[in-house]
Ligand binder design. Structure first.
Ligand SMILES: Nc1ncnc2c1ncn2[C@@H]1O[C@H](COP(=O)(O)OP(=O)(O)OP(=O)(O)O)[C@@H](O)[C@H]1O
Ligand SMILES: [Mg+2]
Length: 344
């Protein structure tokens, strides 16, 4: 994500729990935990947010710190390489501060193990020097709240996961919720939108606020250059078409995964590594970004032997699943016949 995009995201981030839209379940639980901790004048327990990218994990971590009136320090799994990196953060932490670690599944094992006593007993054993002169210093810490975020809770080691008192799963947003988020964003950006235009964008945002806000920005640019700046149905439609976002919000990458499955792997099952290799994409990108939504809308099936495309997906893409008896196969060499390209 570019810096400009990140700044744009930050400016649209809600600050208080009441301003957050959707994730009702998570919000209710957080409200109670925050109220209870405040009543007892205690820091919150450690918490973990997990779910696909762009659903608001970072946003919620900031909201929690805000609601607790706490300072937040942010880092991420790949940035914390050595115990010393964590020590630097932990040593000047105050009681109640929030330590936010994004992509926590990417912490190295030594750092993870270094964090165990910090999270559990609020102390660390820090080794200075090495070899003969090595000394282990037991360092007491203030009570802090660790908030971890990950797109892959499954990759977290069991000991680390069990040290989080609260685990929150983030779900995709409904079109209605995304429309609300978009009207808030449109208001902040002082955009004039015709009735129903924000719904159009919301419906094509793959249940994800970050995508919704990004599309809004693209549409705003388009409206400014090609129109009068006002968002109309026509402008939104053309802008989204230019972005190659189809009626269900699928983009080029989503479609290429499905097409590879259909055309190269005869509908599957195919391993995720194989699909990634065919497309020249990272396996992680496919697993984190592409797959969750395709699974959610029932376009992809995950089986023990790999990923399979569903009939629903074939219909949407205009690929006809035509499992034909062997004797007629000569006429139809492909399992999937491509129909005329479906309109975007
Ligand atoms: N509940 C919400 N209400 C309004 N806007 C939201 C909400 N949740 C997220 N957003 C918007 O979505 C954008 C993305 O959210 P955020 O950066 O918190 O996602 P994330 O889950 O941390 O993603 P990643 O896993 O990629 O780091 C933010 O800019 C914010 O404006
Ligand atoms: Mg984030």
């Amino acid at each position: 994500m570019s810096e400009a995009e990140e700044n744009f995201n930050v400016s649209l981030r809600p600050k208080a729990l009441d301003e957050c839209i959707g994730q009702k379940n998570v919000r209710e639980k957080l409200q109670i935990a925050i109220a209870a901790a405040k009543q007892r004048s205690e820091p919150l327990e450690h918490m973990l947010f997990y779910g696909p990218p762009g659903l608001g994990k970072t946003t919620l971590a900031n909201v929690v710190a805000n609601e607790m009136g706490a300072r937040i320090r942010c880092s991420s799994g790949p940035a914390l390489v050595k115990a010393g990196d964590v020590m630097g953060m932990l040593s000047n932490i105050n009681t109640g501060d929030v330590l936010f670690i994004d992509e926590i599944h990417r912490l190295s094992t030594p750092v993870e193990e270094f964090l165990y006593p910090a999270m559990e007993d609020f102390r660390v054993d820090y080794t200075v020097d090495s070899g003969l002169h090595a000394k282990t210093i037991n360092f007491p810490l203030k009570r802090f709240t660790m908030i971890g975020a990950t797109t892959r809770a499954g990759l977290l080691s069991a000991p680390l996961r069990s040290r989080f008192g609260m685990l929150y799963h983030m779900d995709f947003y409904t079109t209605g919720e995304l429309t609300e988020i978009l009207s808030r964003s449109a208001h902040l950006l002082k955009l004039i939108c015709e009735e129903g235009t924000l719904e159009l964008i919301a419906a094509r945002s793959r249940g994800t606020p970050r995508i919704a806000n990004r599309l809004l920005k693209r549409v705003r640019d388009y409206a400014q250059v090609k129109g009068t700046g006002v968002l109309s149905t026509k402008i939104v439609d053309s802008a989204l078409k230019m972005e190659q976002i189809d009626a269900l919000g699928l983009d080029e990458l989503d479609r290429s995964v499905l097409k590879a499955l259909a055309n190269v792997y005869d509908g599957g099952p195919a391993g995720i590594e194989a699909i990634a290799a065919t497309l020249g994409e990272e396996r992680d990108t496919l697993e984190d970004v592409v797959e969750p939504y395709l699974l959610q809308i029932g376009f992809l099936r995950r089986t023990k032997r790999g990923r399979e495309i569903t009939t629903k997906a074939c219909e949407h893409l205009g690929l006809r699943p035509c499992k034909v008896p062997n004797n007629t196969q000569a006429d139809q060499p492909e399992l999937f016949d491509e129909l005329p390209a479906s309109e975007l």
